[in-house]
Design a protein around this ligand. Structure first.
Ligand code: ADP
Ligand code: MG
Length: 258
């Protein structure tokens, strides 16, 4: 579904991504792991059209989408979760979901924020979709809460909800578990699983929590120093010496399990 073909990116003299090729197949929950600074987020930003690669191409299905900006990728079916922008923290959870479809038609999310009242009046479909998302993620009780008052984990669920408000069925998640307590982490993990199995979503997930990765992801790609050094199931990767070394270097060997 997504094919990354020989992508490289340097920031000044620092080679953040070096000749990376990988695939995220349709219907998979593909994992992307690696020590801090490995180049994972940079690769996501390139796939999502936020930064152009120096070399290489990105394909969605058969189409070359290299350099296509995020608001156009929505329409093509690919979305990266966005942290809730500062100006949206004073809107309710329901309102945060409502502005997403408006944002799809323009490049400026802030403009869509100004239009959200119009969305509310004009589009019954959007309201129906909002209720479905709230229900699916079991956050209906938070609908009237200001987004700024949510816990870290609840914000991550809202992020996922915002992705669900687009027509995209391929979703890039950058550290959905970061700063989230165990209970909510389980709910986020279950939501990803159900979106995949019940609704046909394809995911590519960057995450440091190896329990979450082992539960959800196959295959898993490992990046270190800008390169993909191994790919396979978590079980295979745990036995891979190069992978273990990469984590030892980053002081994260404990996270790879015994
Ligand atoms: P990861 O997500 O795997 O932790 P990143 O992709 O964020 O890694 O970063 C890879 C390398 O690129 C790091 O050394 C980081 O400091 C550098 N880097 C990332 N983004 C930028 C940027 N916008 N400008 C300069 N250097 C950057
Ligand atoms: Mg990162």
């Amino acid at each position: 579904m997504i094919r990354v073909d020989n992508v490289s990116k340097a920031f000044g003299g620092l080679q953040a991504v070096r000749g990376v090729s990988l695939e995220v197949t349709r219907g998979s929950i593909t994992g992307l792991i690696g020590p801090n600074g490995a180049g994972k987020s940079t690769l996501f930003n390139i796939i999502a059209g936020l930064i152009p690669p120096d070399t290489g191409r990105i394909f969605l299905e058969q189409e070359d989408i290299t350099g296509i900006p995020p608001h156009r990728l929505f329409h093509k079916g690919l979305v990266r979760t966005f942290q809730i922008p500062h100006e949206f923290s004073r809107m309710t959870v329901r309102e945060n979901l409502m502005v997403v479809p408006a944002g799809q038609s323009g490049e400026n999310l802030f403009k869509s924020w100004l239009r959200w009242g119009q969305v509310r009046r004009e589009d019954g479909d959007i309201l129906e979709r909002v209720e479905d998302v709230l229900d699916f993620l079991e956050i209906s009780h938070l609908a009237g809460e200001l987004a700024g008052n949510l816990s870290g984990g609840q914000k991550k669920l809202l992020d996922l909800g915002r992705a669900m408000m687009t027509d995209a069925r391929a979703v890039l998640l950058d550290e959905p578990g970061a700063g989230v307590n165990r209970t909510l982490l389980g709910r986020i993990s279950a939501a990803i699983q159900r979106l995949n199995s019940e609704r046909g979503y394809t995911f590519c997930v960057i995450e440091h929590d190896m329990d979450l990765i082992s539960t959800l992801c196959e295959p898993v790609h490992v990046m270190a120093n800008g390169e993909v050094i191994a790919s396979g199931s978590m079980e295979e990767l745990r036995r891979n010496e190069q992978v273990r070394d990469a984590y030892l270097g980053g002081g994260m060997s404990g996270q790879m399990g015994a």
